[in-house]
Design a protein around this ligand. Structure first.
Ligand code: BEZ
Length: 256
């Protein structure tokens, strides 16, 4: 399957809700303190890294996408950003906290990621995150699948470009990597999309392109149209369309 290629302008123009939803995770769960050093893992275009700095901490944003990091550097030239793979990032000095909003589900090999996070933290350092969890976007996935079948394509790949663990699975992994899990919540968060049915198409272009890119352009367009038709009964309420997000939020710290 093709790797995800990010379009930072499309992301900033149409997916501002990603950072908006991350704000209370940042302010209430991470609660940065003055003088702390914090890594924003999967920082995207830097909105939340900037918020961490406004609260008095020093931030270092890490993202695997060079286009996202370039945009983050252009928007926030005084902040520190780096292109790095979450599986093997390194820090000069251990940090007080690692924060990650809506990024861990793109990291399909969680063990090496958790190993790197653990190595980067001081003893007692916090790891605070939110990610797509078990059954995340199940309606969208089912609708894309039906669209593939209906137009006579090979069924959609069964290996997804995402990792959506259950609460039990992820908290056990955290423990396996030496974290103490203080709090973890699994919850539905239907997420409003902008522009009606077009919003679902934009969401797919923004986030589901590893599934769609291998298709010829006309077939891709047909898959998009049919996905919208199949998803409509579950994801449309009047003029408002939603993505059927299911989230996992956790607060953990590295054992002393
Ligand atoms: C999410 O935030 O849950 C998500 C984003 C893109 C693709 C899949 C899930």
């Amino acid at each position: 399957m093709n790797a995800k290629v990010w379009d930072p302008s499309l992301y900033d123009d149409t997916a501002a809700y990603v950072s908006r939803y991350g704000k209370d995770l940042l302010e209430e769960w991470l609660a940065p303190k003055k003088g702390e050093t914090i890594i924003d893992l999967g920082c995207g275009t830097g909105e939340l890294a900037d918020r961490i700095t406004q609260l008095g901490a020093t931030v270092h944003g890490i993202d695997s996408s060079s286009s996202m990091v370039e945009t983050a550097k252009a928007k926030y030239p005084n902040l520190s950003f780096e292109v790095a793979d979450a599986k093997e990032f390194k820090v000069d000095q251990p940090v007080d906290a690692v924060f990650s909003n809506a990024a861990l589900h793109w990291m399909t090999e969680p063990d090496p990621v958790l190993q790197s996070v653990s190595k980067s933290l001081k003893p007692g350092g916090r790891f605070i995150g939110e990610m797509g969890a078990q059954d995340n976007i199940a309606t969208i996935i089912a609708a894309v699948n039906m669209a593939f079948v209906e137009i006579g394509q090979e069924p959609m790949p069964t290996i997804f470009p995402w990792y959506f663990p259950s609460l039990g699975e992820y908290t056990s992994l955290l423990e396996k990597h030496g974290f103490v899990v203080e709090k973890a919540v699994y919850f539905n968060r239907p997420t409003p999309l902008v522009n009606g049915a077009e919003g679902l198409k934009i969401w797919m272009q923004n986030f589901a392109d590893p599934l769609l890119q291998p298709l010829e352009p006309e077939i891709r367009e047909e898959v998009l149209e049919r996905t919208i038709q199949f998803a409509e009964p579950a994801l449309r309420d009047g003029d408002q369309w939603y993505a059927d997000y299911v989230r996992l939020r956790f607060s953990a710290y590295k054992e002393e």
